[in-house]
Design a protein around this ligand. Structure first.
Ligand code: PLP
Length: 390
């Protein structure tokens, strides 16, 4: 018979459960990282609708190869790297970003890598995925927390932590739109990070879950990846098309391996995939392939990601304006930060006070700005203002 202790719930989904159980008609969720339109509804991008119409019922439901759809992978490489770099890059389709990280970490564990580092703070699942792959997990310094009203990367300690990582450790770097802080390294800082990774011979995993959401331009958001590409270092990129295509439930993603040995690396990942879920799902990659493969639909997509990103930026300005009005303090960090999230600087106690008034955010004080709209902004700011003011 089974006899198991209770398993702790994932904090993001636990928050969602608390939110769903709250009977308040004025409850607001600022928890889960999913885009909502200005009326608070999930969005289906028009390019995705058109792609679905084009695909229609003609699609074959045969298995995809274990490595996935070759055309989708080529278009994904083009989006990541600016063009399809071919010779020393090989790819495998993945179950969105999480599945790509799973394949990458499992592979690193198999080839003898012992330890993986992610930023402090980071997306909670980085730790779970690393431990599940059999790797030791630790963190590196990321944010300078001494001045929350003007958040920046603590580059000195970031680089010094990279320097003290054992040779051949792995490091997870978020390519853009850092979750949860909303703060990305500058171009010069990326150059320094690349050089440290070279010095320490680190296995680099670029977690590319928000391409397009940070700056509004998918091309600008690939700056860090292109820097690694031109450095000549071996590295992995895990792409997710959950957020930027609004295809959360389709589980569509890709891992690109940049290395002279990339074919063998992908072949080893295919073994892991075969023994885990066998083949990737098809519908999501059909949609992304149809959009990225059509000049017209790709143009629509670039515009629509830009619009989502812009709406979030507008919400940031309004949140800042309203909070500065109600609290009298500086909320500049809300507009300095980029991407879907704002690291508000609220303490756990203040977060709990917000929850008592049915405004839900993560204990870290992370708000998903992608869920804020004209209709709920006022109340969110009032509640935060009261929590901070008390
Ligand atoms: C930093 C980061 N990486 C990866 C993911 C993976 O998302 P998905 O598996 O839905 O593509 C997320 C999702 O929230 C994330 O925030």
């Amino acid at each position: 018979m089974f006899s198991l202790p209770p398993t702790p719930e994932d904090p993001v989904f636990a928050l969602n459960r608390l939110f769903n159980a709250d009977p308040s008609p004025t409850k607001i969720s600022c928890g889960i990282g999913a885009y909502r339109d200005n009326s608070g509804n999930p969005t289906v991008l028009s390019c995705v609708k058109k792609a679905k119409d084009l695909i229609g019922s003609s699609t074959q439901n045969e298995y995809l190869p274990i490595s996935g759809d070759a055309e989708f992978l080529s278009l994904s490489r083009e989006l990541c790297f600016g063009s399809d770099p071919s010779s020393n890059v090989s790819s495998i389709q993945s179950l969105s970003g999480t599945g790509g990280l799973y394949l990458s970490l499992k592979l690193l564990s198999q080839i003898g890598c012992k330890k993986v580092y992610a930023s402090n703070p980071t997306w909670g699942n980085h730790k779970s995925l690393s431990l599940n792959a059999g790797l030791e997990y630790s963190t590196y310094t990321y944010l300078d927390l001494t001045n929350l009203s003007s958040p920046s990367i603590d580059i000195t300690n970031f680089l010094s932590d990279l320097s003290s990582m054992p040779i051949n450790s792995a490091v997870i770097l978020q390519a853009c739109g850092h979750n949860p802080t909303g703060v990305d390294p500058t171009s010069e800082q990326w150059d320094m990070i690349v050089e440290k990774c070279r010095e320490r011979k680190l296995y680099v995993i670029m977690d590319n879950a928000y391409q397009g959401f940070a700056s509004g331009s998918p091309e600008s958001d690939s700056l860090s990846i292109r820097k690694f590409l031109s450095s000549g270092l071996d590295f992995l990129v895990c792409c997710s098309y959950a957020k930027n295509f609004g295809l959360y439930g389709q589980r569509v993603g890709a891992v690109h391996v940049v290395s002279a040995d990339s074919k063998n690396v992908v072949d080893a990942m295919k073994q892991i995939a075969r023994a885990t879920y066998s083949n990737p799902p098809k519908h999501g990659s059909d949609i992304v392939k149809t959009v990225l493969g059509s000049e017209e639909l790709k143009k629509d997509w670039v515009r629509e990601v830009g619009e989502m990103s812009e709406r979030i930026r507008e919400m940031r300005s309004k949140i800042r304006e309203k909070l500065e009005e109600t609290t009298g303090g500086s909320w500049k960090h809300v507009t300095d930060q980029i991407g879907m999230f704002s690291y508000t600087g609220l303490s756990k106690e203040q977060v709990m006070k917000c929850r008592e008034e049915s405004v839900y955010m993560l204990e870290s004080g992370r708000v998903s700005v992608a869920g804020v709209n004209e209709g709920n902004l006022e109340r969110i700011c009032d509640v935060i203002g009261r929590a901070v003011g008390e």
